[in-house]
Write a protein that binds this ligand. Structure first.
Ligand code: KG4
Ligand code: ZN
Length: 339
């Protein structure tokens, strides 16, 4: 065995300021500071997010280093999220990473946030097996909904994606209509536990190939609620669990119909999910059901690696380190960033 590689990873693409320290593929620390400041607005306010990152980044990095019992001199490289995400938020993490790598004279590694959601499955964990290549990844978050064919660590092809809203947005916007706090996904999931998923039906979009659309269903839900409220102003309060369960069921149906098609048509039998919405309990349960129905192997991330975190940035950083895939001080953040 060679000398271990220690990587400090930073994630600041949206409203979480996160830092992690890895020893090879093992997580030594994984610290996340959320931003309560957005709750009052029912969604992320970009300007406030950048400011909160500025306030949080130094203490978050300090905590990550101290929890890992690592000092700056031990680090071999710094990895950061280049994009996609909110530009002002990304700039904070990138500038910090650049400065630190220059001060310590160690390599700087740029990471694609979406690749990180997928490669989070390669973090060492004795309770989990890692997917074999090739595999299909369903990446579902507040900003993205994609089906990706993954042939190797850095050989990924998007074969389907949303043409409008992300599925996480559909959860969050529905929650807003139901007067639930932001982010709405976890709340809808929780309320759905005691509801009937077949209580109400919502029309599912018809999309080409493996593509998705979630803007129509959001309008459908809004019209449905408005109609119901005409005859019963307390409709939402009285039926909140059934509404949440039915919306969640429809959204998961849409995801699984396309994923099923992709598995059948590509013949790829390894399937992984990732991103914030992969924390959803119904999605996790029903993905497991595909194993039997389609004779495939499914990979579900640990909860802490579903929503945004820096451990997933670190695992990509580690594999790029092994490939000597470094960047320099002229790199810039990218709000739109494909692989
Ligand atoms: O990956 P993530 O933290 O940030 C982005 O890259 O967008 O995903 C956040 C999204 C939010 O839309 C949030 O509502 C959703 O993930 N989410 C959930 C659950 N937990 C988080 N959606 C449904 N059920 C959940 N349990
Ligand atoms: Zn994300």
């Amino acid at each position: 065995m060679g000398k271990p590689v220690y990587i400090l990873a930073l994630e600041s693409s949206c409203d979480d300021t996160a830092a992690a320290v890895l020893k090879n593929s093992t997580i030594l620390s994984n610290v996340i500071a959320g931003q309560k400041v957005h709750e009052a607005f029912g969604g992320v306010v970009p300007e406030l997010a950048s400011r909160a990152h500025q306030q949080n980044i130094v203490p978050v990095v300090q905590q990550a280093l101290s929890k890992a019992c690592i000092s700056l001199e031990n680090l071999n490289a710094i990895a950061f999220t280049k994009g996609p995400g909110l530009l002002g938020s990304l700039l904070v993490g990138m500038s910090f990473a650049k400065s630190l790598s220059m001060a310590l004279n160690i390599p700087l590694i740029e990471v694609n946030h979406l690749q990180a959601h997928i490669l989070a499955h390669f973090i060492d964990d004795e309770t989990k097996t890692k997917p074999d290549f090739p595999f299909l990844a369903l990446t579902v978050s507040g900003g993205h909904t994609q089906i990706v064919r993954v042939d190797d660590f850095f050989d990924m092809t998007v074969i389907g994606e949303t043409t409008d809203d992300a599925v996480g947005e559909a959860f969050d916007k529905t929650a807003k209509l139901l007067n639930l706090p932001y982010p709405g996904g976890p709340m809808i999931d929780q309320l759905a536990q005691s509801g009937n998923p077949l209580a109400y039906r919502f029309t599912k979009p018809k999309m080409e190939g493996y593509n998705f659309s979630f803007s129509g269903i959001k309008t459908g839900i809004m019209n449905f609620l408005n109609n119901q409220k005409v005859s019963n102003p307390k409709f939402i309060q009285e039926n909140i669990s059934d509404i949440c369960a039915s919306v969640q069921h429809t959204l998961v149906d849409i995801l699984l119909e396309k994923l099923t098609l992709a598995i059948q048509e590509t013949g790829i039998k390894n399937v992984a999910i990732g991103g914030g919405v992969s924390a959803n309990s119904e999605l996790r349960k029903r993905i497991g059901g595909l194993e039997h129905a389609l004779d495939c192997k499914t990979f579900i991330p640990k909860f802490e690696y579903t929503t945004d975190n820096a451990a997933m940035i670190g695992i990509v950083g580690y594999h790029k380190y092994l490939n000597c895939d470094f960047t320099d001080e002229f790199t810039t953040s990218k709000s739109r960033y494909t692989f």
